[in-house]
Design a protein around this ligand. Structure first.
Ligand SMILES: Cc1cc2nc3c(=O)[nH]c(=O)nc-3n(C[C@H](O)[C@H](O)[C@H](O)COP(=O)(O)O)c2cc1C
Length: 314
């Protein structure tokens, strides 16, 4: 069977499927569950400095298997409480990536320092949540600011820093390039795509917050396009995320240029057994297509000279 283990941003992953931030990662036990179910690594819920309640319900709307619109508002218990949750996942040997959000460089740097002392293997910066005022997209849509935030964090931690890029900007690849200049070890793309649903009988938005973020299979083409353009622009590894439900979706991301992928909405639909299924299916798919290793497929859909071998391995 083709090997699906992969090296990305200094992480040795037993398979490329990371639990995406915000889905299933609220507690230590849930992180452990996803790890034991076969995830290549687990990314925490995005954690801020203090507790945050998020928006009132309804915050999520689903459309069968097509997509999910949410505006949770980054609810989280704050870094002090969450660090205790992470102990269980660390003790289970999980590859943990700590996701953090803040409103400025100093806040990101403080959170990265706290996360770094908690046994995570990398830090993911949420520069891309589309529905939390003062955070996410609001601090991650301008290349200069992205570079400054990443630089502030890399000065604070020796761990690999992964900048999570928004698709809701004119040029996501420019944001990835800015993250690379700031010293990021990798970028992940994408966070949710800004969206809206309206209840025509109530004549008002369905979500309590109004605008939300669309995820799931509906956004896969958007994510793929971002990864494709980022691959053409930066040398650091890319983690693909958005709408992955089948091994073939993951391989599309890899062929567009990703070295690893994250799975979010499909975990919400299917549960954590998705990780074992995807890793098995990916091995079979690689065999069928004649790839001995997943790494050989990275960037395979791009023409030479930007294909595999032309770039540093993770
Ligand atoms: C309910 C929900 C909560 C999310 N929370 C976070 C979060 O805390 N931090 C973050 O960086 N991304 C968050 N995301 C975005 C996901 O990590 C992922 O980037 C996005 O959903 C696209 O992947 P998917 O289609 O596999 O879900 C959230 C997504 C959903 C649906």
């Amino acid at each position: 069977m083709a090997s699906v283990d992969v090296r990305c941003a200094g992480l040795e992953l037993r398979n490329p499927f990371l639990l995406a931030s915000g889905i299933w990662g609220e507690t230590g036990a849930s992180l452990v569950g996803a790890w034991r179910a076969g995830a290549g690594g687990v990314i925490t819920k995005s954690i801020g400095e203090g507790p945050r309640a998020g928006y009132p319900n309804p915050t999520v709307e689903t459309y069968g298997t097509w997509g999910m619109l949410n505006a949770m508002g980054l609810p989280n218990p704050g870094i002090d409480e969450y660090l205790a949750e992470m102990a269980a996942a660390r003790d289970a040997g999980a590859v943990i990536v700590g996701s953090v959000f803040a409103g400025d460089e100093a806040g990101f740097a403080r959170l990265a320092r706290r996360m770094s002392s908690a046994g995570v293997r990398a830090i993911e910066l949420n520069l891309s949540c589309p529905h939390a005022e003062g955070f996410g997209t609001e601090v991650g849509s301008e290349p200069g600011q992205v570079e400054r935030i990443v630089r502030a964090v890399t000065a604070e931690t020796k761990l690999p820093v992964i900048a999570k890029i928004t698709p809701n900007a004119a040029d996501p690849a420019a944001l990835a390039a800015a993250a690379e200049r700031g010293g990021a070890a990798a970028v992940s793309a994408i966070n949710t795509v800004r969206g809206l649903a309206i209840d025509v009988r109530l004549k008002r938005p369905v979500l309590s917050h109004g605008l939300g973020g669309l995820s799931g299979p509906a956004i896969k083409p958007v994510g793929l396009a971002c990864v494709w353009q980022i691959y053409e622009r930066v040398r650091i590894p890319i983690v693909g995320v958005g709408g992955i439900a089948r091994a073939e979706d993951a391989l599309e991301y890899v062929m567009a240029g990703a070295r690893a992928v994250e799975v979010g909405t499909q975990v919400a639909f299917e549960g954590i057994d998705v990780f074992g299924r995807l890793a098995r299916e990916l091995g079979t798919l690689l065999d069928e297509l004649g790839f001995a290793r997943l790494e050989d497929a990275v960037g395979a859909a791009h023409g030479a000279p930007s294909g595999p071998g032309a770039r540093a391995a993770g």
